[in-house]
Design a protein around this ligand. Structure first.
Ligand code: NDP
Length: 272
């Protein structure tokens, strides 16, 4: 996606490459991050599981990334400072905006409480929601996000609980459901964070952050029940577009980036 965009704009001093940071024999994320500066990199994306771990090594962290507590984009500025941003949050909101989905009168449910759930919760509260419920397998993590967000967004009802089938049945009226768990990905490809016996309403929107596979079991069910089903591909494009403009200072060629992703969509997850 990024290399296609660099080519399109003739930015031939840029190249986007994968740099795995192994967990074994021990994690060297600090050396990896500081090494980016030493090696003259302009920036980086940070992926699972290091989005939170890199925060202490930044010279600057944007307000939203600080509140979210996770960084997915690093810019090394002209003064060689490591600057941390979170473009997942606005990437998701920009996709909603483009689809003309306005959430200020919506009751919203987030499933999951990892790094992406934090970014989505912040993005949605900033964009405006009527209420926010966060459910997670590990309840304490959902509670922690809810507490953190309550201190910033005083006027919105924010609740958290454990993610169980029973809880899903007990929920009040929900308009938008967002899957921020990794259920539906890789070895859990045949699973979903929802009760198969619980029908979606035709006026509900079900957004799954997962983009590979294109259609998770959750989205298949949403579609079969008549709800609007959206996968995470456009969020990926939008978060990438925001990172691209941070690194290059250029307007991102979003159509090219979208096209590049489209060309790669049948590759296994690791090949992204
Ligand atoms: P994290 O590892 O930070 O969080 C994973 C979440 O999934 C946790 O809430 C975890 O619950 C939950 N979970 C994992 N396994 C299970 C299970 N068996 N049953 C119930 N819940 C489970 O990951 P991220 O938040 O960073 O990413 C989540 C998903 O979002 C991934 O699929 C990722 O690919 C996608 N993503 C997509 C993006 C896009 O641009 N479209 C951007 C970022 C992420 P617990 O806390 O209990 O462990």
């Amino acid at each position: 996606m990024h290399n296609g965009a660099f080519r399109e704009l003739g930015l031939d001093t840029y190249i986007y490459i994968p740099l795995p940071v192994p967990k074994y024999p021990y994690i060297r994320i600090k050396e990896a991050i500081l090494g980016l500066r030493a090696l003259g990199f302009k920036g980086a994306n940070i992926t699972v599981p290091y989005k939170e771990a890199v925060l202490p090594y930044m010279d600057y962290v944007s307000d939203s990334a600080r509140i979210i507590g996770a960084i997915n984009t690093v810019l090394i500025d002209d003064a060689s400072r490591l600057c941390g941003y979170n473009t997942d949050s606005l990437g998701f909101i920009n996709d909603l905006r483009e689809r003309q989905i306005f959430t200020s009168s919506m009751d919203v449910l987030i499933l999951g409480a990892g790094g992406s759930a934090r970014a989505i919760a912040y993005g949605l509260l900033d964009y405006g929601v009527k209420s926010l419920t966060i459910l997670n397998r590990t309840k304490s993590k959902a509670d922690e996000i809810a507490q953190n967000m309550k201190s910033k967004f005083l006027n919105v009802p924010i609740t958290s609980d454990i993610l169980t089938h029973e809880k899903l049945h007990e929920l009040p009226h929900i308009d938008l459901i967002i899957n921020c768990t990794s259920l539906g990905l890789n070895e859990s490809i045949d699973q979903m964070p929802w009760d198969k016996a619980l029908r979606f309403r035709g006026d509900q929107i079900v957004y799954d952050l997962i983009y590979n596979p294109e259609e998770t079991e959750l989205l298949k069910k949403a579609q079969a029940d008549g709800a609007l089903a959206i996968n995470g591909r456009e969020m990926l494009v939008h978060q990438g577009a925001l990172a691209f403009s941070l690194w290059t200072g250029h307007k991102p060629p979003v159509e090219i980036m979208r096209h590049e992703l489209e060309m790669k969509k049948n590759l296994p997850e690791g090949d992204f």
